[in-house]
Design a protein around this ligand. Structure first.
Ligand code: ZN
Length: 156
């Protein structure tokens, strides 16, 4: 085994992750706002100019739909896409656990690889945590989710 094999594997993982992120950016999931919703929020990341509008539909404690529209960098838009895909069909409690896990990962400064059993494709953002300037991009949709979930529960 060549001594630099781990470095090669790491590079391949990085490019795989970049592909996952680009795929969500080019083919966003759940994009296009539902006309009816339980709550709606609009969040902006001023440091990069990213924007997202997020709608949530609840059936009791279950998230039946998350729909969104937005614009901005590939990290922000791909992250919203993955978040809405991951949290749709979950209970509010499950979603809160997943969101906390993602926020912890983004705070890890590159020391965590993330748990794919909890975050699935969203572990692709693990490398972003090394770049403080991009963490807000990755977190935009997840912070919007936290906000919209609180507003929808306050209403119900
Ligand atoms: Zn951005």
């Amino acid at each position: 085994m060549p001594p630099n094999i781990l470095g090669v594997v790491k590079m391949e993982l990085d490019s795989l992750y970049q592909e996952v992120i680009l795929d969500h950016y080019k083919h966003p999931q759940h994009k296009g706002l539902n006309s009816t919703f339980d709550a709606q929020v609009h969040h902006v990341n001023t440091s990069c100019g990213d924007e997202v509008t997020l709608n949530i539909n609840l059936d009791g404690y279950c998230i039946t739909s998350l729909s969104w529209d937005g614009q901005g960098c590939s990290i922000s838009q791909a992250s919203v896409s993955m978040m809405s895909d991951l949290l749709t069909g979950k209970t509010l409690e499950e979603a809160a656990f997943i969101v906390k896990n993602f926020i912890d990962l983004m705070g890890s400064k590159g020391t965590s690889i993330g748990d794919p059993l909890i975050l699935e494709d969203a572990v692709a953002f693990a490398g972003v945590s090394k770049f403080p300037g991009r963490v807000k991009c990755a977190l935009l949709g997840w912070m919007a989710y936290k906000d919209v979930a609180i507003q929808a529960q306050a209403k119900n």
